[in-house]
Structure formats: C-alpha cells, structure tokens
Design a protein around this ligand. Sequence first.
Ligand SMILES: Nc1nc2c(ncn2[C@@H]2O[C@H](COP(=O)(O)OP(=O)(O)OP(=O)(O)O)[C@@H](O)[C@H]2O)c(=O)[nH]1
Length: 339
Amino acid sequence: MRKKGDANPFKKMPTILTPEELMDKAYRRGEKVASELRTTLIGVPKLLKSRTVEEHKIRTMASVVSDNLLKIISKTPSIDRLKPFYKELVEVMVGIDEFKKSLGAVKWASDLVKKLGNEYAKKARRAKTPKEASGFRREFVGRTASILKQIYPNLAFLAVAREKLKDLPTVKELPTLVIAGYPNVGKSTLLRKLTGAEPEINSYPFTTKGLNVGYIGEDIQVVDTPGVLDRPLYERNDIELQAVLALNYLANMILFVLDPSEYCGYSIEEQLNLLKEVSDLFKVPIIVAINKIDLVDGERLKEIEEKLKDYRVIKISADKDIGLDELKKIIVDELLRTE
Ligand SMILES: Nc1nc2c(ncn2[C@@H]2O[C@H](COP(=O)(O)OP(=O)(O)OP(=O)(O)O)[C@@H](O)[C@H]2O)c(=O)[nH]1
C-alpha cells in the first residue's frame, strides 16, 4: 500500500514571535542565567565575575534568538518538497517567492545573531573593566535588536502565512475521488454512504464550507467539495478559480452527482453545463452518478441518460441505497487500477 503521507504540513509551524517579544524572551533568559551565576560566584574578584556573567548572558541571549528563528525554518515544510496540491495552494494564498524570501531572511538573521553572540561573548571574556564587559553586552543587544527590526516585515509575513496555511485541509497521499455537483444533489449523503463514517470536515481557502474527507477502507480517499465545485466557474474570481484548479493535483477521478428530480433547485440543463465545465477542467476520468432515481420515472431517466451519452453513467439513490455497491466497485477498480 502507498504511504499515507501526513496531515497538512503547515500544522507544525511554530507561533512567530514579534521582534519585541523575542528580545524580551532573550532578555529574561539572560537575566535568569546571570542571577544564577552570581550566586555561584560569590567571593570571586569583581572583574572576573562581571566578565563571566556578561559572557554567559550574551551566549544565552544569542542562542534564544538564533534557535527561535531556526525553529521557524526547521518546522516549516520545504516548499520544493511539498506535494503539488499544497504547493499550488501556497502559491495562491501567500505566494511562493515571498514565502521563500522571508524564510531566507530569517535564516540570515539566525546565523548572524549566532556569529555576533560568539564574537561578543569572547570580547566580554577579555574585557578590561566590568564597565567594558557590560558595554559589550549592551552593544550585542543593540545589534541583535536592529537585525530583528530589519527582518520584521519577513516575520510579519510568515506570521500571516502561518495563520492562513495551518488551516489547509488535511489530505492524504492516496488515490482520490473528488465529488462534484450542485448543492443539494446528495453529495454529502453519498460521501457518508460510500465511506461509512462521518466525514472529517476541513476548511478550504476562499470557501465557507470547506472540504469533507472520508475513506473507503484504507486505500481510497473521497473528497466532497461543497462550495468549491458546485457552481459555474464564470461566477468565480481568479483566486477562487485557482483554489478550484488546485483540486486538479488532488483528484485521480471525479464523481459528478446529478439530481434528475431537480428538487435540488437546479435544472438538468444547468447541471449539465456544470458537468461540461468540470470535465473540461479536470483531466481525469469522470463518472456521472444520476442520484435520487427513486424520485423520477423511467421515461424521464431515459431522456436524461440520452443527454449523457458521452459519459460513463451509473444510476443510484444515495438515500435509498440503490446502486451503491456497484458504484463503489467501479470506484475501487478504477482508482486502484490507474494508481
Ligand atoms: N429521495 C432521495 N433524496 C435524496 C437522495 N440522496 C440525497 N437525498 C436528499 O437530498 C437532500 C440533499 O442531500 P445532501 O447530501 O445534503 O446534498 P449535498 O449535495 O451534499 O448538498 P450541499 O452540502 O448543500 O452541497 C437531503 O435531504 C437528502 O436526504 C436520494 O437518493 N433520494
């Protein structure tokens, strides 16, 4: 079986501190180390004592700042190694270039603060007077604060990016069926019936409803897309469209659900137009499920099937459990075969 891949890779990104918060944290840790040291250095000559205290203060502050920045980088997934689905969404939501640039700036600052920490710690250790030792420490603090100020825009960008990206849907790296169709045609009923359990609800960029994800056994992922693939594309702005297009990287097969009873509130013509759009947009096999067959007579069904001659069609009732075993078999055969 294929590796399942993990959850949304941005979930692990740490909270990004502001420069002030980070300096504060470093300062407090430095003070703590210094006060602990002072108690162990009672009786030590004044110059030696202040050299030691300042050196350790500098080293502590440098590593708090440098490690904190480094943690942002190590806990952020490498953009170049992201799955195409996530990569596409990062591009749409925050921009890959700016994202990489900001991480680069953070790395630069982390390295520089570490280097300065070493330099100033050595200087403090060799200071000629206690005043000079504390002067070196103050200089180090000033330079560190100004480095952090310089990367403030990058940190702010990353904080916003994290906020947006941490809620991306959790999808696994499995053969995936994407369900499309107008609202109320029976998509979520079908998802529930196909996957057995209540689907996991994930948010999805630029929609209010999100993605619902379920699994057929351990091998197939089924994604329902309320608010994403359920209305004509011309009604969407560019950014929404790109979020729809990102599904191209997720879908191995589309199940388009059609409601022949039109109780969903959309005419057959409207539904066929959306089907045409979806099939033009996605370069993967499409199956059309004519749902709610319990609500229409045979004559009407024939008429509709006639209009779907170009598609692979299956007639079902999600609610009344008609044709679902056959549909499931088609999905499993198709997805595990094309894998
Ligand atoms: N009679 C009948 N009703 C059905 C069938 N399938 C779904 N329904 C009903 O149709 C209504 C809409 O079904 P949903 O599964 O919520 O539709 P949806 O497409 O997920 O709707 P959105 O979440 O708004 O996109 C519900 O009241 C279902 O009970 C069916 O095969 N026969």
